[in-house]
Write a protein that binds this ligand. Structure first.
Ligand code: GLY
Ligand code: MN
Ligand code: MN
Length: 491
């Protein structure tokens, strides 16, 4: 056991099995499209993120950078992709880990350069230790590749590039998104700064918007992979609905869910599982999952398995004892009606912001009937539905998107309306406090009746040229279907 705690243990968590989503031809086609868009004066550099320490010598499991995965299928750390569209001899290069028997004794096999090449479709695969060499060769006109063995008399490895660099025409593209949302600069930002200092005539462009544009619409192979992730998630929701009848604590339901992910062949979750009983369901991103499950309470499970880098995101809300009581049923029916209304509108040309407003309006109609609001006004509805209707889904749970673009065939988006009755928060809300006394009194009575009920229903919708396809429809969703499934009446 002591040996397990050596520094090499860190690496144990870092080398996931290669799991193909797509074939090499598709990765090659994506890179060709990137090269077409960035043009002959460009160089694109995408790098793996560094490993993150959990504590001591234990790292968090490694996760490949999404766009690097999208363009290569390579999920190992220490991977760099370089595209140089204007250089015939070195248009595509992958830098990757060398085989290392001493490391492989501890961590398992490192894919050979040949395997990396077959997986990605990139023919020039070299040691990651040579990346700095490459940068110097490109920028300063030194030898690279085969010519490197004649260093003293070498001609430039990338002669066009060095000329463009000197002429001030060369453009380096890197992802400039700050993944840390804080002061920590990413490895790419450091590299940009270093290159800018050494070669002031270089131009820089952020590759993030370009890759966002390409990644928004999913290919058939991506849709098939998301469907695999959703299928594992649907199986987990169905298992959870049966488990909750005898579980005493949230973590037992979580165990069933995450067991099912692995049992179905998913690598892991795409975001931490939300397994919330009773009033915990009114906390939007509740992830502690440790509390007892009150008898008859609603259980909200917002979960997503990940397969080959793609995640699902499906929420179901169901009663612990298998039967909705009248208050739970009323809130559930309102959320379901809003979800049905928005899913039907997820068609090409629609904007998510308009569908969000449709959800607010539809929820408002029912909240008014129920008595939780006094007028169907946006601000009142937002006291119970404080988040967005949905988001794109793909290599990230909240996948990249361009909010100015309307929906288009091939986009996968969630519809996830909810109602969360946090009675004390509503009673302290300035919108509530500004209402006339009589209206406040009516709402107050409804708050007492529906207090602590939290319902969200979330499905993953593929936009098509025609009727939207609900990819997660296999998880029981209506009151009747949930009750029948929990009673064991449906297979
Ligand atoms: N599971 C996070 C979300 O639904 O957006
Ligand atoms: Mn979601
Ligand atoms: Mn979710």
């Amino acid at each position: 056991m002591r040996a397990m705690l050596s520094p090499l243990f860190a690496l144990l968590l870092t080398l996931p099995a290669l799991a193909a989503a797509t074939d090499a031809d598709e990765y090659a086609a994506r890179r060709a499209e990137v090269m077409r868009r960035i043009g002959p004066d460009a160089m694109l550099i995408l790098r793996s993120p560094p490993l993150q320490t959990r504590n001591g010598d234990v790292d968090w499991p490694f996760r490949q950078e999404d766009s690097l995965l999208y363009l290569t299928g390579l999920d190992n750390p220490d991977t760099t992709l370089v595209l140089v569209p204007g250089d015939e001899a070195h248009r595509e290069i992958v830098f990757t880990l060398d085989s290392d028997p001493a490391a492989e004794l501890w961590t398992g096999r490192i894919p050979s350069f040949d395997e990396v090449s077959k997986r990605s479709g990139v023919t020039e695969v070299v040691s990651e230790t040579r990346f700095e060499d490459f940068v110097r060769a490109a920028m300063e006109g030194r030898a690279w590749g085969d010519s490197a063995s004649y260093r003293s008399f070498a001609t430039a490895g990338l002669p066009n590039w060095v000329q463009k660099r000197r002429d001030g025409r060369a453009v380096v593209w890197m992802i400039q998104e700050n993944r840390h949302f804080g002061d920590d600069a990413s490895a790419e930002q450091h590299l940009v700064e270093r290159l800018r200092r050494s070669y002031p005539e270089l131009q820089f462009r952020d590759a993030f918007p370009l890759l966002t544009d390409m990644r928004m619409v999913k290919s058939p192979s991506e849709i098939a992979t998301v469907q695999r992730a959703i299928d594992a998630t649907v199986a987990a929701q169905k298992a959870a609905m049966r488990r909750v009848k005898t579980a005493t604590h949230e973590y037992q339901v979580q165990a069933t869910i995450e067991y099912t992910f692995r049992d179905q062949g998913a690598c892991c979750w795409g975001f931490p599982s939300i397994v919330a009983a009773g009033r915990n369901a009114t906390t939007l991103h509740y992830v502690t999952n440790n509390d007892p499950i009150p008898a008859g309470a609603l259980m909200l499970t917002d979960i997503g398995a990940e397969v080959a880098g793609y995640t699902a995101d499906v929420t179901r809300t169901y009663p612990q004892n298998g039967r909705f009581n009248p208050e739970q049923r009323a809130i559930y029916a309102a959320v379901l009606r809003a979800q049905d209304a928005t899913i039907a509108m997820m068609k090409p040309g629609a904007h998510m912001r308009d569908l969000h407003e449709l959800a607010i309006k539809t929820l408002g109609e029912d909240l008014l009937q129920i008595g939780l609001i006094s007028r169907n006004e946006r601000d009142q509805v937002r006291m119970y539905f404080p988040h967005g209707l949905g988001h794109d889904l793909g290599l990230r749970v909240h996948d990249v998107n361009d909010r100015t673009q309307p929906l288009a065939p091939g986009r996968i988006v969630t519809s996830e309306p909810g109602i969360y009755v946090r009675a004390a928060d509503v009673r302290a809300n300035p919108v509530f406090l500004a209402l006339p006394d009589a209206e406040r009194a009516g709402i107050d009575a409804a708050l007492t009746k529906y207090a602590d009920i939290g319902v969200r229903i979330e499905d993953d919708i593929l936009v098509t040229t025609d009727t939207p396809t609900n990819l997660s429809a296999g998880a029981p969703r209506t009151v009747a279907d949930i009750e029948a499934w929990m009673a064991g009446e449906t297979p």
